[in-house]
Design a protein around this ligand. Sequence first.
Ligand code: FDA
Length: 314
Amino acid sequence: MATGVHDAGGRPMPQKSSTAGSSPRRFGSLLSVLLIPFARRFIAGITLADALETTSALKAGGFLTTLDHLGESVESAEESKIAADQYVVMLRALKERNLDRNVSLKLTQMGLLIDPELCFANMSKIVAAAEETGGFVRVDMEGSDVTQATLDIVNRLKRTRATPVGAVLQAMLRRTPMDVVDLIGRGTTIRLCKGAYKEPAETAYKETPEIRHQFASLAKRLLTSGEYHAIATHDEALIREMIDFARQQGIPPDRFEFQMLLGIRPSFQRQIVSEGWRLRLYVPFGRAWLPYTWRRMREKKENFWFGIKSLFQR
Ligand code: FDA
């Protein structure tokens, strides 16, 4: 992987001064170099040019995509503004290349924890770029300490039902059924996922069967809402249940989409597309790839061993 973030034409993109650049250092540069072969499975690369190339290949394979410039909580207003500018560059580059102008981002990367007004200003800039390019901005959901603040910003950004911004809700949270009703009422498109954050029992379901049960019932609610929503999971039984449900209800494949992460269950991903369903892949790229890769590695035992093996196969 090359170093430095560059735009589609190879020009350097605005850089964060510390967070993105220091993450690999923080995790140890030797570890990051050794894990590169493993990371290639989950990350489109370091530069925007890498990400555009991957996006273009996925488009040729029949996939929809959403691009994520990796980076989480920023430490200064300056860093958050640079992160926002990077997303504007991404949307314009996607348009230039006639690729899917769909991006995903985290509000802590846009300064939510520094000042919600700063975050709102950064997000307004990105949503304006999405309007200008015919794109779409999906606001990822983080831990339950910022759920309400995140939804407040999405609600403020959504001036009309057509504003190209959408939310993510986590089936593991006890509050999510109420949020589903509220967002459907506002005409906000939702990505439903299980939830990746460690939450206390008073806030979230902790057992897999409960989470899967809530996921299935909320996903069905989304499918019958009349709006276009996204079902994000690699759980084959849940996906098959949604496909059966859509068929029974006469919901055509272009009225919703499945979403999965780049590199996870790729043969199953191809199968879903070959069966005629819409599938959007979440395509992360950027210098802050190590924490993301590390999370994917820890999620599954087989990934962990694959990662360890890759350390010795250079
Ligand atoms: P689950 O973990 O139950 O796994 C089902 C099957 O999928 C496994 O048996 C295995 O075969 C396969 N699998 C899953 N993870 C794998 C891995 N790492 N490696 C190999 N195989 C794996 N979360 C969040 O809190 N906020 C967000 O904004 C998002 N956004 C988001 C976008 C998209 C497109 C996806 C797919 C997911 C998210 N998530 C998320 C993450 C989500 O909450 C959840 O943690 C993961 O998707 C894992 O849960 P699953 O439902 O996929 O299945």
